[in-house]
Structure formats: C-alpha cells, structure tokens
Design a binder for this molecule. Structure first.
Ligand SMILES: NC(=O)c1ccc[n+]([C@@H]2O[C@H](COP(=O)([O-])OP(=O)(O)OC[C@H]3O[C@@H](n4cnc5c(N)ncnc54)[C@H](O)[C@@H]3O)[C@@H](O)[C@H]2O)c1
Ligand SMILES: CC(C)(O)[C@@H](O)C(=O)O
Ligand SMILES: [Mg+2]
Ligand SMILES: [Mg+2]
Length: 362
C-alpha cells in the first residue's frame, strides 16, 4: 500500500499497479459474488465485476423494473439471476446493494444465509454505523467490508467502459477469516475502482451523507436555484440566467477545476472575473459554514439516517420522490436547461457534419 502525502497529511492508498486485477481474481477465485439489488450501484459494480472475470450472480425482486433491466443486461434467470434469498443462499460474498432503507427490510432474510466464513459487503457505512436504527448486526464469524465508489454507479460503469476507474473508499469492519482486508481490496479492484482510499464505516457514511446533501447535490441545486431566481427577478431572460448559472458551470468551468484545480480555472478567466470571485468567495463560504455545520451535526446525531429510513420505508415513497423530481424537471429553470441541452446537441451534430464534409473533401 502506498503512503501518499495529501496537502501535508499522509494517507494510505491502494493503487491498481501494486494490486493488479490478476491478484484480485486469484484472491476471489473460489467465491461467488451475489450482488443484491440492481438499482444504480448494482448494475455498475456487477457488470464491471463480470467483465473483469469474476463469478457474479444477481439477487433482485422479481416483477420489478430492476429485474427487467438485469435481464436486458444479460443476466439469465436461474443461472445468474435469482430472487434475493436464492442469490444470498448461493453467494459466498453478499454484496448488499439494496437501497439503504431496503436493507433493513431484507436483513432477516440475508442474516439467515450469512453462514460462517461468508463475506458481507456494503457500498455505504450506513447500515452498520446506524445499526441502532437499522438492526443490521452481523454474526461474528463473517467478514464485513465496504467498498464505496465515490460517484454514481452510472459513472462507475461509464469510466470502466472507457478504460478508466472511479476512486473508492474501502474499509474493514469485521475480520473473521483473517482475509477481510485483501478481499475488500480485491473487490475494490474488481468493481472498477481507480484508487482505493482506506477509511472506516463511520467516516465513510458521515462524509458521504454530508457531501451529497452539501456541495455535491443539495447545496449545488440550492445555490443554482437562488442565482437563477435573482437574475430572473432582475429582468434577465431565462436563457441568459441559465447560461450564466448552469451551462457555463458544467460545460466550461467545472471541467477546468477537475483538470487542474480552482486556481487554474480562475487563471483561465478574466482578471475582472478573478478579482470579483476572490472578493466574494469568502462571503459565500461564511454564509454557508453554519448550514454545513448544522448538516454535519444532523448526520452525526443520526437524524439524517432516521429521516432516510422513515421516508424510504413509507409505502409509495418512490412515487412521491418521482413527483418531487418531476417538479424540478418542470420548473422554468430546468425546462430552459432542456432547451439549452437540445441546442447543444444540435450544435455538436453540426460540428460533426462539418468535420465529415471536411474529411470527404480531403
Ligand atoms: N446510487 C449510487 O450511485 C451510489 C453510490 C455509492 C454508494 N451507494 C450505496 O449503494 C447502495 C445501493 O444504492 P442504489 O442507489 O444503487 O440503490 P437503489 O435505491 O437504486 O435500490 C437498489 C435496489 O434495491 C431494491 N430494493 C429497495 N427496497 C427493497 C426491499 N424492501 N426489498 C427488496 N428490494 C428492495 C430495489 O428493487 C433496487 O433495485 C446504498 O447503500 C447506497 O447508499 C449508491
Ligand atoms: C453518488 C453519491 C451521491 O456519491 C452517492 O453517495 C449516493 O448516495 O448516490
Ligand atoms: Mg451516498
Ligand atoms: Mg457518495
């Protein structure tokens, strides 16, 4: 394991160079990985594992959209696609990729099949860390590990297909066999991780819940809505408000941040923009600090987990969630976004046609 210095702090990181795929395959050669749940993370991990040469089966509720999706992805009923219980019985590694609330309902079934020496795998520290609420308390003679890709299952799969890898956290909660650690790393490599960063279940879930409610999703969506509203109320057109809030962010500036850091993005903008951004960033930081601290407290107290469980266990909740998303989709802001994206794809087609004509002429 490499020790890498991050801004002055040393951390342990596993790289694909030191832990190649062949080694991962050798460690798991006797195992059957049962991926339970075929929502977002399930397909990404299962397909990457299958393409990487591991023995994988899927456990999913029949008569669900996810079951049909699994069939469309080439999983075959009775061979590689089973009910959750059947897959849990057949698997030696049970990858619990049901929704966090769904994991509670299915736990009694899963527990029955967690016989000595098996491995219980999660992609979130949720079920274990908040086990006073989830009741997920594994028997002592199984390994309990975590590999949490730091991004959507969709990106995990897309990056893998493109030949890259998404960074993941990994952790061992319980090492009954003495092999939990290397199994966690082998699975991390198998699901298509780029680098694997060591953590523990609690730190993973605290940072994950804070990140997605904060900058990654909640704060991002909120601040976009606020700026769009201000621009619209001050007389700007929808397209102008959208372009200055979202389109430029996603198409121009955030990719530059990803490529070479915030200062580099700044230095590729005008001096006027840099002056203003440096002057105002402190105001935004200070305005959001109390909210982010409140959010972290809500995560650490278990309040966020309680809400996730309470809402996620309510019958018909998926429909309610879809209605909330529909409201976002139908708003002027995101309807404008749809039109801007359409123009973007037309423009891309025009450029491609231009290249094709140019190529033909040569
Ligand atoms: N979505 C992501 O990209 C992502 C990223 C990192 C980690 N995670 C973690 O991975 C795990 C899976 O997340 P997801 O977003 O893929 O899940 P999801 O919400 O898409 O649900 C996965 C599956 O769970 C099944 N399910 C839900 N409730 C059930 C129940 N009561 N009985 C039987 N089946 C039930 C659904 O049919 C679905 O196929 C979670 O722990 C999540 O926090 C997700
Ligand atoms: C993709 C995310 C936001 O990183 C993940 O944490 C999730 O819960 O879906
Ligand atoms: Mg999450
Ligand atoms: Mg996350």
């Amino acid at each position: 394991m490499a020790t890498i210095n991050f801004g002055g702090v040393e951390e342990h990181v596993v790289t694909r160079d030191e832990f190649p795929l062949e080694k991962a395959r050798a460690i798991l050669k006797e195992d059957t990985i049962a991926v339970l749940g075929y929502g977002v993370q399930g397909p990404g991990q299962a397909l990457n594992l299958r393409d990487n040469g591991f023995r994988v089966i899927i456990g999913q509720r029949r008569d669900s959209a996810s079951w049909q999706k699994a069939e469309a992805d080439g999983w075959v009923e009775g061979e590689t696609l089973f009910s959750i219980e059947e897959a849990a019985a057949r698997g030696t590694i049970l990858a619990n990729l049901l929704s966090d609330a769904g994991q509670i309902a299915v736990w009694p079934t899963l527990k029955k099949h967690l016989t000595a020496g098996k491995t219980l795998y999660f992609s979130h520290g949720f079920g274990i860390t908040f086990n006073d609420q989830t009741g997920i308390i594994p028997p002592p003679d199984v390994d309990v590990i975590l590999v949490a890709p730091k991004g959507s299952g969709t990106s995990l799969r897309r990056l893998f297909v493109a030949g890259g890898g998404l960074n993941s956290s990994f952790a061992v909660y319980q090492d009954a066999t003495g092999q939990a650690y290397e199994k966690a790393i082998a699975l991390g490599i198998g699901v298509g991780s780029g680098y694997l960063f060591e953590t523990d279940f609690k730190r993973e879930v605290y940072s994950d819940l804070t990140g997605e409610r904060g900058v990654l999703m909640g704060a991002l969506a909120g601040i976009i809505e606020a700026q769009y509203q201000v621009l619209r109320q001050r007389g700007h057109s929808p397209s102008e408000a959208f372009n200055e809030t979202v389109e430029e962010l996603t198409q121009s500036l955030v990719p530059l941040v990803g490529e070479n850091g915030m200062d580099w993005m700044f230095s590729n903008c005008s001096v006027t923009a840099q002056r203003g951004a440096l002057d105002w960033k402190g105001r935004f930081r200070d305005a959001t600090l109390p909210v982010l601290n409140e959010l972290y407290d809500s995560v650490a107290s278990g309040q966020e987990a309680a809400r996730t469980i309470q809402r996620g266990s309510t019958p018909g909740y998926r429909r309610e969630l879809e209605a909330e998303l529909q409201e976002v989709r139908d708003s002027e802001l995101w309807q404008t976004g749809a039109t801007v994206r359409e123009l973007r794809s037309k423009a891309t087609k025009k450029v491609e046609e231009g290249y094709a004509l140019f190529a033909e002429g040569n």
